[in-house]
Ligand binder design. Structure first.
Ligand code: GLA
Length: 375
């Protein structure tokens, strides 16, 4: 299996948009290693849209020589020399979202080209898709092309959850599927994305991951998808939601200049361990309560017989009491079984519980606890 756990890395789009070049990519690769991100698990360095010229040459995509004077193989070699992996971007339509050549009708040519350059991950977008064409066919064609290009390349589909992608992409060998439209840097955006996936998340996991879009942690309203920015606590909630859901963790901020708080969130070892759990199972919804359904309780089975329980208060009308009945996760009260809970954020012991866990949670705050049966 190409991808046993959600991929972790960095992508140019959220902060830099069209304004990308070789220097930025190399400096970011350096920063990933030097600032501890690699040790925390981040490995993919991904160039998004706007790396290429408006015309193909001999049928092939051409990197923009002003932005990438030494070409893509040079960059791939540099990234690989750091022990990292190289990601690139194309589009299933005739053009990318920024009107540069897409791969529609060129799937096998482009897959071969990406393999020759040393690409390890391909994000594959959905703009300018012909109205009479079939998305299933187009994504299946690129999937087959990648599976036969002579190199292991993670296929990260990005068709925004359209065409019920979660139902058929796993069977075509696609590794991650972007399940929503684009994130922007504010709390409404990340909460909306999270809530839109609650019912769909059960198909994610183990080789095929629901990609809730690149992270906005540490952007503070600057960059290409900036709309307002978030507080530190909101960024922590956002990262906790993505970790708990098993989404790919692809940083969208500027790693070279990330502040201490953003770095601390992105490198939170406990949340990362939850995201990267070796059983790679999706969470499930327990309750959608509180005023307006903004109090959300969930659970997730973890390796070694453990589990996680979560209470998220995404409302803005005061504290809410969340309650997780252990019966709902397979521990009936008449079993007499007790449960030890540990805070997933900092590893602190929370105590021994029987029957249920309840807690009052402030607006835009959460509790995620790792549980194990007391033997
Ligand atoms: C779409 C995608 C984004 C980004 C841009 C690039 O909007 O959803 O993540 O790749 O295209 O143009």
């Amino acid at each position: 299996m190409l991808l046993k756990k959600p991929p972790m890395g960095w992508n140019t789009w959220n902060t830099f948009g069209k304004d990308i070049n070789e220097k930025l990519i190399m400096e970011t690769a350096d920063a990933i290693v030097e600032k501890g991100y690699k040790d925390a698990g981040y490995e993919y360095v991904i160039i998004d849209d706007c790396w290429h010229l408006p015309e193909r040459a001999d049928g092939k995509q051409v990197p923009n020589p002003e932005k990438f004077p030494h070409g893509m193989k040079y960059l791939a070699d540099y990234i690989h020399s750091k022990g990292l992996k190289f990601g690139m971007y194309s589009c299933s339509g005739v053009m990318t979202c920024e009107n540069l050549p897409g791969s529609y009708g060129y799937e096998y040519i482009d897959a071969k080209q990406f393999a020759e350059w040393g690409v390890d991950y391909l994000k594959y977008d959905f703009c300018h898709f012909p109205k009479t064409a079939d998305a299933k066919m187009a994504y299946s064609t690129m999937a087959m092309a990648l599976r036969n290009c002579g190199r292991d390349i993670v296929f990260a589909a990005c068709n925004w959850g359209e065409c019920d992608s979660h139902l058929w992409m796993r069977s075509r060998g696609i590794n991650t599927y972007r399940s929503t439209g684009d994130i922007s840097d504010n709390k409404v955006s990340f909460c909306d994305i999270f809530e839109s996936q609650l019912e769909k998340i059960s198909l994610s996991g183990n080789g095929f991951f629901n990609d809730m879009d690149m992270l906005i942690v540490g952007m503070y309203g600057k960059g290409n998808v900036a709309l307002g920015g978030c507080s530190d606590e909101e960024y922590l909630l956002h990262f906790a939601l993505w970790s708990f859901m098993g989404s790919p963790l692809i940083i969208g901020g500027d790693i070279r200049n990330m502040g201490a708080v953003g770095k601390g969130i992105l490198q939170n070892r406990n949340l990362i361990a939850l995201n990267q759990d070796s059983d790679a199972l999706p969470p499930f919804l327990l309750g959608h309560d509180g005023g307006g359904g903004k109090l959300i309780t969930m659970a997730r089975m973890l390796s070694g017989g453990r589990f996680a329980v979560a209470i998220f208060n995404l409302g803005d009308d005061g504290w809410k009491k969340g309650s997780v009945l252990f019966n709902d996760i397979g521990i009936p009260i008449n079993s007499g079984i007790k449960v030890r809970l540990t805070d997933a954020l900092n590893g602190n012991e929370m105590g021994i519980y029987y029957d249920c866990y309840q807690e009052n949670i402030e607006p835009m705050k959460f509790r995620i606890a790792i549980g194990e049966i007391v033997k």
